[in-house]
Design a protein around this ligand. Structure first.
Ligand code: AMP
Length: 591
């Protein structure tokens, strides 16, 4: 490491000494000469015409002589292992595609998966894509309410789940999901539920051959839900052509090589777990490690060591938890094959980047993207010097800028370095969402001319590195999960004692932010500890532990604008002892 300008410490890279040679050897030249047709040329295209994600991820390796390569190596919660070669994966996904056809599920209909990280999830996603259905994987730690909202909004036709999740989270919702025709359960029989079909019998009675029909690259493929400040979650729709961006970003930003063992720790219920936990590693033909267990440092270090992971994609909350346990603990393991570590989802503090070097001998490479962009847009790349704390530089094919919105709906690009503005991306990369489900207007508002406005605040420095400043809205990022305040507030409001509720993200040293609720109670209810516990428990049951508030305070009133909107920004400023900012729209106050 060398100390350079502005007393910032860079981590210098010497591409000539990296082994294997990074895919993106010369950033400037590759960026300058890049156009998206190069990414398409890295793929095969369907024999029947067009592009289908599942063909690029699975079948082309079988046709291309890599059939016996391990595609998915799955490690179950109790340490059991299951491997699927590309040939196995092709066969199983063919079966699932045939099963959907046999059930009468048509192309374009939505298949939801709620299983946790088991092999059948991967088979469902890729099999449904072969059948040209639109797939939506859900986070299995969601409570019944977020599941119902998403399945309702997405008009789920098929749901693949497990008996336990079915009983705990889905059975009570069936009446709300009027469009849901088929519930397929993986595992033992689902006692008492005669409206579900066992996965095993469905898969037994179908052919292992399937020919993917011609697929227009603009055909919808994936539906990922994300959170906004107001209203219901947003359903971002992505198309089959997104695979060109999934692939090229896996090659350039994660530096995937032919013989890599790759581990993405994200759950496919979040976009990272699909784009990089399923698609990008498989299009590159590497072995994709899937670990079912949740985070535990000892298990994770053992997995990295024993499985000889070479490229690892994880998240800041987990890194910070590992840091807490110290460097010596990491050093009791050895990771001779580990050559590239990346992180995404929330700001990665500079200490964490550097800690990677101290503990593992290589730094963490932070990168930035969001559900809407479908793939990595900005990143610290294998050959680029790292400025710890920065998100890195735009990938080939991506033009990023810092802009200021004007009163007429346009934007002005801020050219001066280190001036804060909104992070914007020039339209035109293949994995850009094609719409928010049922919300044309909300989608339209994301654009100004040629620019897609990300909603994040950032700066660009004189060397072209981007620095995250914060979110431009009230959405909470907790342990990498984007949580819409509205969804949490609604769940609290369902409690008979609650009059009003507001949610803020409170900075937390490990989780980035934690969900904190402020509640006013109806007359006759006391805001005491018993009520606090009751409300947190109530929200947990509906929303799941990852989404429910961790802290809750009572207030006599909540601050509101003249138009009646709760001012979460002001609640947050007060909670954190920060300046209260512009209060000209404040109507009523809590004090
Ligand atoms: P999601 O759509 O759930 O993937 O969340 C996307 C949001 O997470 C972005 O808009 C950012 O606010 C945040 N985010 C993702 N990656 C980073 C990063 N590397 N640094 C800071 N924030 C990030």
């Amino acid at each position: 490491m060398a100390t350079l300008d502005n007393s910032k410490t860079w981590i210098r890279k010497d591409p000539a000494r990296l082994d294997p040679q990074p895919n993106l050897l010369n950033y400037e030249a590759t960026r300058a000469g890049f156009d998206w047709s190069q990414a398409w040329r890295m793929l095969d295209g369907l024999p029947a015409g067009g592009y289908n994600i599942a063909h690029e991820a699975v079948d082309r390796h079988v046709f291309g002589g890599r059939a016996d390569r391990i595609a998915i190596r799955w490690i179950g919660k109790s340490g059991e292992v299951r491997e699927l070669s590309y040939r196995d994966l092709a066969r199983e996904t063919n079966r699932f595609a045939n099963a959907l056809v046999k059930l009468g599920v048509a192309p374009g209909e939505r298949v939801f998966v709620l299983t946790g990280r088991i092999p059948e999830l991967y088979i469902t996603v890729l099999g449904a894509l072969k059948a040209r259905c639109v797939v939506s994987p859900l986070f299995s730690a969601f409570g019944p309410e977020p599941i119902a909202t998403r399945a309702e909004m997405g008009d789920a036709r098929v749901l693949v789940t497990t008996p336990a999740l079915y009983r705990r989270k889905v059975a009570g919702l069936r009446e709300r999901l009027s469009g849901l025709r088929h519930v397929i359960v993986v595992g033992e029989e689902c006692e008492g539920a005669d409206d579900v079909q066992p996965w095993s019998s469905l898969m037994e009675n179908v052919s292992a051959d399937f020919t993917i029909a011609a697929t227009d690259p603009e055909e919808a493929a994936l539906l990922h839900f994300t959170s906004g400040t107001t209203g219901r979650p947003k359903g971002a729709l992505h198309v089959h052509g997104a695979v060109a961006a999934h692939h090229v970003t896996g090659v350039y930003a994660l530096d995937l090589h032919d013989d890599d063992i790759f581990w993405c720790t994200a759950d496919p219920g979040w976009v990272t777990g699909t784009s990089y936990g399923i698609i990008a590693p498989l299009t590159s033909g590497v072995t994709n490690l899937v670990v079912e267990a949740e985070f535990d440092p000892q298990t994770w270090y053992s997995v990295l060591e024993r499985e000889r992971v070479s490229v690892w994609y994880t998240a800041p909350t987990a890194i910070r938890m590992m840091m807490k346990l110290g460097t010596d603990f990491v050093k009791s393991y050895s990771f001779p094959r580990l050559r590239f570590m990346a992180s995404v989802g929330e700001p990665l503090n500079s200490e964490a980047v550097v800690w990677g070097e101290q503990a593992f001998g290589i730094p963490f490479h932070d990168n930035w993207w969001q559900t809407e962009t479908g793939g990595i847009m900005i990143g610290n790349l294998a050959t680029l010097d790292i400025k710890p704390g920065s998100m890195g530089r735009p990938l080939p094919g991506i033009e990023a800028g810092i802009v200021r919105r004007d009163a007429n709906g346009g934007v002005a690009v801020i050219e001066e370095p280190m001036v804060e503005g909104e992070l914007a991306l020039k339209k035109g990369w293949p994995s850009m969402m094609r719409g928010y489900l049922h919300e044309e207007e909300r989608y339209r508002k994301c654009f100004a001319g040629d620019w897609y406005l990300t909603g994040d605040l950032a700066k660009r420095d004189g060397d072209g590195y981007f620095w995250f400043v914060g979110r431009g809205d009230d959405v909470v990022k907790s342990a990498g999960h984007l949580i819409g305040p509205f969804e949490v507030e609604n769940a609290l409001m369902e409690h008979p004692a609650v009059a009003e509720a507001a949610i803020i993200g409170k900075p937390d040293p490990t989780m980035g932010e934690l969900v904190k609720a402020f509640v006013t109670l109806k007359p006759g209810h006391a805001g005491d500890d018993a009520m606090r516990r009751e409300l947190i428990g109530f929200a947990r049951k509906r929303l799941g532990a990852a989404v429910a508030p961790k802290e809750l305070d009572f207030r006599a009133n909540l601050p509101k604008t003249r138009s009646g909107k709760i001012m979460r920004r002001l609640l947050k400023a007060r909670e954190l002892g920060l300046p209260e900012g512009d209060l000209s729209t404040l109507e009523s106050d809590e004090t």
